[in-house]
Design a protein around this ligand. Structure first.
Ligand SMILES: C[S@@+](CC[C@H](N)C(=O)[O-])C[C@H]1O[C@@H](n2cnc3c(N)ncnc32)[C@H](O)[C@@H]1O
Length: 261
């Protein structure tokens, strides 16, 4: 029998050096550090900041609000939530991302290498904005489809660009009713990039034909969430991930806003 060697095992891309550096730049890089072209899509910068500002724009938070950032990656949105919430929990499946987020919490900064061209890199430092109270934020590894039962309830739950990276997104959606307090806010953003390498096709929330005809992800989300949440609106949030100085991913997430019944 052939033994499965390490090189045959599927790699979690979110544990790699490449993605760690790309996400540190995506979340904490300045406009100059990310996009050295005046003609580039500057409106797609600062996605991790805009997810929070768009999600809470019309929402009045109670004093002492608690927030949960599911799929927090290296944590920028969690820190942004801490501007308006007394405590924030950031959870991600990637141990390396969580370790980086914890170091940013403890030290306020973290050095990393930005890829420029071939093997050429520039050393940069990610900073958490100095005015944010980092002690309000905790990070922990976890699986959004199997969260620990004692997380408690939150006034805000953010899931930014997570659902199309889960093998069973509906398992995560099912848990949301018990995580968001009555009257609380749920913010889901996603470019709906469904790929079978992350999500078996039968588990896609939308983006394919079903018995009743074509179903969009917004329709699928609405079907899943409607029993427990009221749809409050949607907006488009572009975002830009730099791979190297001449290669970028420009995407448009749909952000949807929901209130817990
Ligand atoms: C596309 S990234 C988005 C990260 C971040 N929210 C953002 O908007 O930049 C997807 C994130 O989901 C995390 N993730 C994937 N599967 C997960 C799971 N089962 N539970 C929690 N996080 C998961 C990945 O590690 C990665 O950080």
């Amino acid at each position: 029998m052939k033994h499965k060697e390490a090189r045959d095992l599927p790699v979690n891309i979110y544990e790699t050096d490449k993605l760690l550096a790309e996400y540190l730049l995506f979340h904490y890089g300045s406009a100059d550090e990310i996009l050295p072209y005046e003609f580039g899509p500057g409106g797609a910068l600062d996605f991790a900041v805009r997810c929070v500002s768009a999600g809470l724009e019309t929402f009045k938070l109670p004093a002492g609000a608690r927030a949960l950032d599911l799929g927090c990656a290296v944590g920028r949105s969690s820190f942004e939530l801490a501007r308006r919430c007394s405590s924030v929990v950031g959870i991600d499946f990637s141990h390396r991302f969580i370790e980086a987020a914890q170091r940013l919490r403890d030290h306020g900064q973290l050095s990393y290498s930005r890829l420029d061209e071939g093997a050429l890199c520039t050393e940069l430092i990610a900073h958490v904005p100095a005015e944010i109270d980092r002690s309000r934020v905790t990070f922990e590894p976890g699986d959004a489809m199997n969260l620990r039962p004692d997380l408690g309830e939150f006034d805000v739950v953010l899931m930014a660009n997570l659902i199309d990276r889960l093998s069973e997104p509906s398992r995560c959606l099912e848990r949301l009713a018990s995580l968001v307090k009555p009257g609380g806010r749920l913010v889901i953003t996603s470019p709906y990039t469904w790929l079978e390498e992350f999500t078996p096709r039968e588990n896609w929330l939308g983006g394919q034909e079903s018995e009743g005809g074509a179903i969009t992800t917004l329709q699928g989300l609405t079907r899943s969430l409607e029993p427990n949440f009221i749809f409050e609106g949607a907006t488009d949030l572009p975002f830009l991930i730099r791979e190297h100085s001449r290669k970028f991913q420009w995407s448009v997430a749909q952000a949807t806003f929901w209130s817990r019944r």
